[in-house]
Design a protein around this ligand. Structure first.
Ligand SMILES: Nc1ncnc2c1ncn2[C@@H]1O[C@H](COP(=O)(O)OP(=O)(O)OP(=O)(O)O)[C@@H](O)[C@H]1O
Ligand SMILES: [Mg+2]
Length: 299
């Protein structure tokens, strides 16, 4: 968990944070929105320990970053953080697999690293691109490779600075679904200018007047199409329509065999959605999971 307490950050006369307090959740997808120059990248650099020129405290897992020396900060980043950037930052002339293996932790056997890298690339759906040179991949594929690299070492925090900034809408949606899936087990912070990207977030925050504030105007799914399950009732699910459930909640018993399909949707955040013909971009939003279903069968 990352906690900011009374953090002030300025560049000369330019004040970015002014006594800001904010606690990031242990896991989930947090979108950091805001106009150019608001200080989004500055905040990410503070969280990563790249920038130590501030007052106040930033604690990660209870340890204050400012108390770590250079080596300890490097270890903190290596062991805890994966970075994803708008322009991928892949090494041209090297294959997808080699790029992922570059994130090898010291002391880890190269064969073991390669095994891990292949398994992550496969999990992200680009296993067959492993031996293709980075510069020959499409934008969406490059970003998947960059995410695979960020996942090496299984970090508990992913910091992504405009990861969809160079992608079209379809690829942006795929990348955000992927990041949302990863956020089930870790904290993923995504900087974006794009409000549609925020529909994937559990929480949307912005920097306003030197403070980090939760954005209450983040979009919610249209209620007229929603059927919310609270675990007590046993709603009959439509063949087509939105379903919504609290994150991690199983549907109540009594739905028979088909219930399992619905649980997959709710719990795995986009991993096995191909079985449904349509999926709304609304999926996780404010602690609720939403899916638009059009299935072959009545569930
Ligand atoms: N090293 C620096 N020295 C002086 N000013 C800086 C420095 N880095 C950033 N700034 C200033 O701080 C402000 C916030 O910059 P930052 O890069 O964090 O914005 P941002 O919200 O990420 O913007 P964008 O959406 O354009 O990437 C800007 O006014 C910028 O000019
Ligand atoms: Mg920036």
């Amino acid at each position: 968990m990352i906690e900011l307490r009374d953090v002030t950050k300025q560049y000369g006369e330019t004040v970015i944070l002014n006594g800001a307090d904010y606690t990031f959740p242990q896991r989930g997808l947090v979108c950091l929105m805001g106009p150019s120059g608001a200080g989004k990248t500055t905040l990410l650099n503070l969280l990563a320990g790249f920038d130590t020129d501030y007052s106040g405290g930033i604690a990660v897992g209870g340890a204050l970053l400012r108390e770590l020396d250079g080596d300890a900060l490097c270890r903190y980043r290596r062991d805890n953080i994966g970075f994803v950037f708008q322009n991928y930052h892949l090494l041209a002339g090297h294959t997808a697999l080699e790029n992922v293996c570059l994130a090898r932790s010291p002391g880890v056997d190269p064969m073991e690293t390669e095994k891990q890298a292949i398994s992550i690339l496969e999990r992200l759906g680009i296993g067959e691109k492993s031996s293709q040179k980075a510069e020959t991949l499409s934008g969406g594929q490059k970003q998947r490779v960059a995410i695979a690299r960020a996942l090496m070492g299984n970090p508990q925090i992913i910091l992504a600075d405009e990861p969809t900034g160079a992608l079209d809408r379809a690829n942006s949606t795929e990348i955000m679904e992927l990041l949302r899936g990863l956020a089930a087990q870790r904290l993923v912070v995504v900087i974006t200018h794009d409000r549609q990207i925020c529909s994937f977030a559990d929480e949307v925050i912005s920097i306003q007047d030197g403070n980090i504030v939760s954005d209450q105007s983040a979009p919610n799914p249209p209620p007229e199409h929603s059927l919310r399950t609270d675990g007590a009732a046993s709603p009959s699910l439509p063949r087509t329509g939105f379903i919504a459930a609290r994150r991690g909640l199983s549907l109540p018993p009594g739905h028979g065999a088909h219930c399992a399909s619905v649980r997959v949707v709710i719990r795995t955040a986009g991993v096995k959605l191909s079985r449904f013909r349509r999926l709304s971009p609304w999926f996780y939003c404010r602690g609720l999971a939403f899916a638009f279903l059009e299935t072959d069968r009545h569930i």
